[in-house]
Design a protein around this ligand. Structure first.
Ligand code: TYM
Length: 332
């Protein structure tokens, strides 16, 4: 069976983009693949985190997976730092990854900002750790939002470099799965920026834990243009806010943008926004409620992580002993 690996950083403010671009697709895929879903706490540490909040957010992401419908009986759910093999394989990959490949990574440039000299080595090596996450389990498929495409190309390159250097076919070249009409959900305040956990404006995103009134208010306040909605997908060209809201509606209703425009083309945003708010509340409301319920019993959430890390750790140890042999590390 093909294996899936994917993850979310526990950095707070889980939002509609994380849900539609990633988590909901995982729920759909869990019956057809052997699935491993991680809470990537080591990746979160590439930027400063408050220790107590990091623990809270780790449980929150776990609760989001469970509340969205990921079944811990079918899938492995665990936090990255509980399996030490991730850091170890990241080191082995760091030793075969040319700096030139990392220098091309746009996310590093964005996150490091103007003061690149002050950025941490961990932030620079972020995609190497990501390659280690995926390849430690020899995952073949990686369902992610579009923003992770470049990182996944690097994972394939690293797998290829390892295989070539050691004259083996040990690692599969993992395939990105970028699925659906909401692979890149944009900010509700600015259709040219990605919806993001770190946007200072809470009105830029719909959080998975927002209540019905907040969701409706954020949709109503979302930026739009003064024209009525177009009749065709081509008519969305040059109208990023309209394109974003139509994409969100299509994804939430599991239809296409063309079908949404067949219903709402020619109508004003106010009418469309009412329908979008209702749909968003219908989808996210129950998930947010279930997250709150799960977070009130952290023992259950921690139990899921504990069992997941045992199962993940077993696979990781087995693969690492093979990897040690391939690269020539002695295990006396
Ligand atoms: P993170 O936490 O930034 O994002 C988690 C997932 O959500 C997707 N996503 C979006 N999708 C659509 N629209 C958006 N606005 C949006 N924002 C985020 C991301 O593409 C991602 O799928 N580096 C990864 C975490 C990671 C990982 C891995 C993923 C670490 N190791 C190994 C896959 C395999 C990340 O972006 O997390």
């Amino acid at each position: 069976m093909n294996r899936i690996f994917s993850g979310v950083q526990p950095t707070g403010n889980l939002h509609l983009g994380n849900y539609l671009g990633a988590i909901r697709n995982w729920v759909d895929l869990q019956d057809d693949y052997d699935c491993i879903f991680c809470i990537v706490d080591l990746h979160a540490l590439t930027l400063p985190q408050d220790p107590e909040e990091l623990r809270t957010h780790t449980r929150e992401v776990t609760a989001a997976y469970l509340a969205s419908g990921i079944d811990p009986e079918k899938c492995i759910i665990f936090n990255q730092s509980s399996v030490p093999g991730h850091s170890e394989l990241a080191w082995l990959f760091a030793c075969i990854t040319p700096l030139g490949w990392l220098n091309r990574m746009t996310q590093f440039k964005e996150k490091a900002g103007k003061h690149r000299e002050n950025a941490g080595l961990g932030l620079y090596a972020y995609p190497v750790l990501m390659a280690a996450d995926i390849l430690l389990y020899k995952a073949t498929h990686v369902p992610v939002g579009e923003d992770q495409k470049q990182h996944l190309e690097l994972s394939r390159d690293i797998a290829g470099a390892f295989n070539r250097q050691f004259e083996t076919e040990y690692f599969p070249l993992p395939e990105p799965q970028i699925l659906g009409e909401a692979a890149r959900v944009m900010s509700l305040r600015d259709g040219s920026n990605k919806m993001s956990k770190s946007d200072p404006s809470d009105y830029s995103r719909i959080n998975m834990t927002d209540d019905a009134d907040t969701i409706a208010l954020k949709v109503r306040r979302a930026r739009t243009d003064p024209e009525p909605l177009p009749e065709t997908v081509e008519g969305l060209e040059g109208r990023p806010e309209a394109a974003n809201l139509i994409g969100i509606y299509a994804s939430l209703s599991r239809t296409s943008r063309a079908e949404v425009l067949a219903t709402f083309g020619g109508k004003m945003f106010s009418e469309f926004k009412d329908a979008l708010a209702t749909l968003a509340v219908e989808t996210l409301g129950p998930i947010g409620g279930e997250m709150q319920r799960l977070l009130a019993e952290p023992g259950h959430v921690d139990g899921v992580l504990h069992r997941g890390s045992e199962r993940a750790g077993e696979i990781a140890r087995h693969h690492l002993s093979e990897i040690h042999r391939i690269v020539g590390l002695l295990r006396p």
